[in-house]
Design a protein around this ligand. Structure first.
Ligand code: SF4
Ligand code: SF4
Length: 713
């Protein structure tokens, strides 16, 4: 995996009287162990990929407590794991990236929420909303509302996060409903400390197993006719029970202030950002004290009507700080106040924008607009607003003074095995013309950026082939669907391949077989050469596809660009109907480099021979047309001034970061570009044979009148 937590997870053994220092993700794991979970699972995805990595690295510690860990094949299987808490007093937690993961898990979640739970069931959502996001901008709130699951959004500091996890399990059990814990990008990587507690074994666990299933109880099934009873239970029993628990245990917090005629109601996860904005205009300090009273919603659903009315009763106006749209909380606050006959004005989307991340400057301007509108008694709102706008304007001026920064679009890593496939597609299209490309989620989606700009749609993880189903019959040329091996096992196998075969589709599928779920940090997948157990999982994409009836199947090494071009042309032109699959085989270069660097360092220590391949461009031959750069897009391939004073065009050059994948040379060859590329092998700890070979080569070069290292010396 991308990052190892082997050292950090030792902190999970801390107990009563110890202070835990570390990252938000580790704090969540510690809180799970303190809560006595019996099982954990999940599917990787930013921003909680590292949570699953931590759980895997902590497997030994968890097995001492009898906690079962499952690295699930997708979010639906993770959600279904929570079914263990329906009948049994088992606490369990699963994790994934939201909103996309929650979409995949939705069916199991609806069923779980309808049946209700006996043991605490928690879903830890990496909420990927905002400027750093990599997915569609939607929020998980809608799922909480529609399925009656409670949504926790803790203030991003470690004690709050840990308390919310622990209380979340109690809330789930008290109301018999699953809870979702939203971890925003910043909360995942927040560092801090908290007073640790002893870890607890679950009431039932791998160490204390159940003797057998409970007495048959039809009420535990999300099935007619009990779904009608369950609907009533959700609204009439579980919801009031949840509200009573939230109020009794003070899961939401208030910060008192002396400007009492206004207030701010804020989602817990945005608390730090709001306090920072208030601090910038002099209405709060760096310790979290505020002059404006705040109601912090560590539970954003359900809201507790009494808490809302008590907070608002003596205020002329409140600002609801709720990131994203629709404005669920703002609407609910309005409803509760009208029901209670309280006339406090509610502002939210208006001073604050309807869409986009509430970053510091956005909040600063929103608060300024709110203060000017609300005109609180004890502060000069106009002056504060002017100051706030001055701060934002200053930043704009500073950015203008710096000038535009060079754009840095996301791109494949140097030497990525997936890049050559897109070079090959471009070369194929030069001859056969453009065709529809169904892109997918994964590193290969970088091909949608320049210089490739390949991809007409993205419908979800593993969905590329399925999303081409209605394109193929309506297009003269066969569409190409691109899918990673992670996406293949996550969803693509059933949603794409089975559906295509079942419907006798005719298209081309490229499966990028790089061996890992690379985009999320190189987690193992069913076809990896290794698993967390240290053995190969033993599932093979080629065998699976053949067993399912795929007849036209080719496996091509990704760096062999000319073979890939030929194979693509064949797939596009063959008269044979049916699904044509090309397995593009090449290990993730990032994972490979990490592996090789460690192995090479060990070899060098032992004085053994180590070689490294590098590519280069001969300055004298390069014509400076740069087709190689346009066709490969490798960040190690760039330009430099021509050493020839008579030529003004810069020449191509290969910089130090080159990992010697050979793509640039391959592309030059496949595209019949130019012969300027050369390959060199750097040998460390050379043997006598290497020295002899070098000596002979220098001699021969010398005879032909070329450069001789010896002669020059
Ligand atoms: S992580 Fe691996 S697969 Fe992804 S871009 Fe980098 S080298 Fe390619
Ligand atoms: S060999 Fe060429 S394509 Fe591969 S990493 Fe080096 S410069 Fe980039």
């Amino acid at each position: 995996m991308e990052r190892s937590f082997k050292k950090e997870v030792q902190a999970l053994r801390l107990g009563d009287g110890d202070i835990f220092h570390g990252e938000g993700i580790l704090a969540v794991t510690k809180a799970l162990l303190q809560s006595g979970v019996s099982y954990v699972g999940g599917y990787q995805g930013a921003p909680v990929s590292h949570l699953l990595d931590v759980l895997v690295d902590a497997e030994d510690i968890m097995s001492e407590l009898g906690v079962h860990l499952e690295t699930c094949s997708n979010e639906a299987s993770a959600a279904a794991m929570l079914g263990a808490s329906i009948n049994y007093p088992l606490r369990g937690a699963v994790t994934w990236k939201s909103i996309v993961g929650t979409n995949v898990a939705a069916d199991a979640l609806s069923n779980l929420a309808s049946a209700g739970v006996a043991g605490g069931a928690m879903i830890i959502l990496g909420e990927d909303y905002g400027e750093g996001a990599s997915v569609i901008q939607e929020r998980s709130y809608a799922y909480a509302l529609k399925s009656s699951m409670w949504l926790l959004d803790p203030r991003p500091d470690l004690p709050s996060i840990v308390r919310t996890v622990e209380k979340g399990f109690e809330l789930s059990e008290a109301s018999r409903a699953p809870v979702m814990l939203e971890l925003r990008i910043r909360a995942c990587h927040a560092t801090g400390q908290f007073a640790a507690k002893d870890n607890h074994k679950g009431a039932v666990s791998g160490l204390d197993k159940l003797a057998g299933p409970p007495r048959f109880d039809y009420e535990r099934l999300a099935h007619p006719p009990v779904i009608f009873t369950q609907e009533r239970l959700k609204v009439e029993e579980r919801l009031p029970a949840a509200r009573a628990f939230i109020r009794e245990h003070k899961l939401n917090e208030t910060i008192d202030g002396d400007v009492t005629d206004i207030g701010v109601i804020v989602m817990g996860g945005l608390t730090n950002s709001v306090l920072r904005a208030l601090e910038r205009i002099g209405l709060a300090d760096v310790f979290g004290n505020s002059r404006v009273p705040l109601l912090l919603l560590n539970v954003v659903y359900p809201l507790v009507p009494e808490e809302i009315t008590e907070f608002c009763a003596d205020k002329r106006a409140v600002l609801v700080v709720e990131e994203g749209y629709p404005d669920y909380i703002e609407q609910a606050v309005n409803v509760e106040l009208r029901r209670a006959g309280i006339n406090t004005r509610v502002l939210g989307k208006g001073p604050l924008p309807k869409v986009g991340e509430y970053a510091s400057d956005v909040l600063l301007e929103g608060l300024a607009a709110f203060l000017q509108d609300a005109k609180p008694k004890d502060i000069d709102a106009d002056t504060l607003a002017e100051n706030a706008r001055g701060l934002v304007a200053h930043k704009v001026k500073a950015a203008a003074a710096l000038g535009p920064l060079p754009p840095r679009p996301p791109a494949f890593c140097t030497g990525c095995p997936e890049r050559p496939v897109f070079s090959a597609i471009k070369l194929m299209q030069r001859e056969l013309g453009p065709t529809h490309i169904s892109a997918d989620i994964g590193c290969h989606s970088f091909a949608t950026f320049a210089p490739f700009s390949l991809g007409n749609s993205i419908l979800g993880y593993g969905m590329s082939l399925a999303s081409a189903a209605a394109v193929a019959p309506n297009m003269e040329k066969r569409p190409i669907a691109v899918m990673g091996d992670g996406g293949f096992w996550h969803n693509g196998l059933i949603t794409g391949v089975v559906s295509n075969l079942f419907n006798k589709g005719d298209g081309v599928l490229i499966v990028m077989q790089n061996g890992y779920a690379s985009a999320t940090g190189q987690q193992y997948i069913p076809s990896s050469a290794m698993s967390r157990a240290g053995t190969a999982p033993g599932m093979d994409i080629e065998q699976t596809l053949r067993a399912m009836g795929v007849r036209w199947l080719r496996k091509v090494r990704t760096y062999s660009v000319s073979v890939m071009v030929k194979t693509l042309k064949e797939a596009m032109k063959t008269a044979e109907r049916g699904l044509k699959v090309i397995i593009a085989d090449g290990e993730c270069q990032l994972a490979r480099q990490r592996r090789i660097r460690t192995e090479d360092a060990e070899k060098l220590k032992r004085g053994e021979r180590v070689t490294r391949t590098r590519y280069g461009v001969d300055d004298e031959i390069c014509t400076g047309d740069h087709s190689c750069i346009r066709l490969s897009g490798c960040p190690s391939l760039t330009v430099k001034p021509s050493p020839d004073p008579l030529r003004t065009d810069p020449v191509a050059t290969v910089i130090e970061s080159c990992v010697g994948c050979g793509l640039c040379g391959e592309v030059a060859h496949a595209a019949v570009l130019c012969p300027s590329f050369y390959r060199a092998e750097i040998v460390r700890n050379p043997t006598w044979r290497d020295r002899l070979k070098h000596h002979l080569r220098q001699k021969v070069i010398g005879w032909f009148g070329g450069y001789s290292g010896e002669a020059a010396a």
